[in-house]
Design a protein around this ligand. Structure first.
Ligand SMILES: [Zn+2]
Length: 279
């Protein structure tokens, strides 16, 4: 039986990403604050459609907005790991990374009664230690790499890139990589960001972007019997009214096209059964 799985994922960052970038004046912080309004809208939509999603929630958000995070749990969604302070692991020492990982996992355990099964790095930039640390701390899957589109794969440890040498591939692990892409992330398409270094223009039509997202699903469907497509959204981005309307239409089209919606944990278990023959 063919299975074409869609994972809707929401990175519930609130202000954490702005603080991690040093953007601590009132307006950028308020931009993150809007994520709480967006989250309520998303939870209502998911409830109306009967969809379970995966929420990657930094420990910062769990401790800043406990009631809003309890609403995510009450909505029967998966709560997954997205660091405590939204600092990309690539910018941390191994000790700093592990301390943040443990702190955030404790916040998730207090919220949900169990530690996270899945991890997504802030700003999608792993360190050389991340895969080892995730295995050490009992994770089932990671969702931060781009080495596939709709085919989960086994994450490798110990890859080495040396200028002037062929690539050195490390060993495959049992950690399931659930690949992602900036093209399937709302942030670069929609957010206008101006810093002294860059301008991210964003502000594209959600209908146009989501047609591309839908075509990714159609291509998966015509290409493979089993596939998992992961869409990444942020409540403070997708939660604007006109984007929510586009999201509603997008979900209807995915449903009509035969998508099976799953949490990432359930999809990763299905992928692991395909890859390793383990439930
Ligand atoms: Zn994030």
């Amino acid at each position: 039986m063919s299975r074409h799985i869609v994972c809707l994922t929401f990175d519930f960052d609130t202000m954490s990403g702005f603080i991690a970038r040093g953007m601590t004046t009132p307006t950028p912080l308020s931009r993150g604050e809007f994520g709480v309004i967006g989250a309520r809208r998303i939870l209502d939509l998911m409830r109306a459609r009967g969809i379970r999603a995966t929420w990657f929630v930094p420990g910062f958000t769990i401790e800043t907005y406990p009631y809003e995070c309890e609403a995510v749990v009450e909505g029967n969604h998966e709560v997954a790991h997205h660091s405590w302070a939204h600092i990309p692991p690539a910018n941390q020492t191994r000790e700093e990374e592990e301390a943040d990982l443990v702190r955030a996992n404790e916040a998730i355990r207090r919220l949900t009664g169990r530690k996270a099964r899945g991890y997504r790095s802030p700003s999608w930039d792993l360190s050389a230690d991340t895969i080892d640390l995730l295995i050490l701390h009992g994770f089932l899957y990671d969702s931060s790499l781009m080495g596939g589109d709709y085919s989960p794969y086994r994450a490798r440890r110990g890859d080495r890139a040396v200028l002037g040498e062929p690539y050195h591939f490390g060993a495959e692990t049992e950690l399931i990589e659930m690949p992602i892409s900036w093209s399937l992330d709302d942030y670069p398409h929609f957010e206008f960001v101006r810093t002294p270094q860059t301008v991210l223009s964003g502000l594209q039509s959600p209908r146009v972007v989501m047609q591309n997202w839908l075509d990714e699903f159609h291509y998966m469907k015509q290409s493979v019997e089993f596939g998992v497509l992961t869409y990444t959204m942020h409540p403070f981005v997708i939660g604007r009214g006109y984007r929510m309307l586009a999201l509603e239409d997008f979900l209807t089209k995915l449903t009509d096209a035969g998508a099976t919606f799953m949490t990432m944990e359930d999809a990763a278990r299905a992928a692991r059964a395909e890859l390793l023959g383990q439930k």
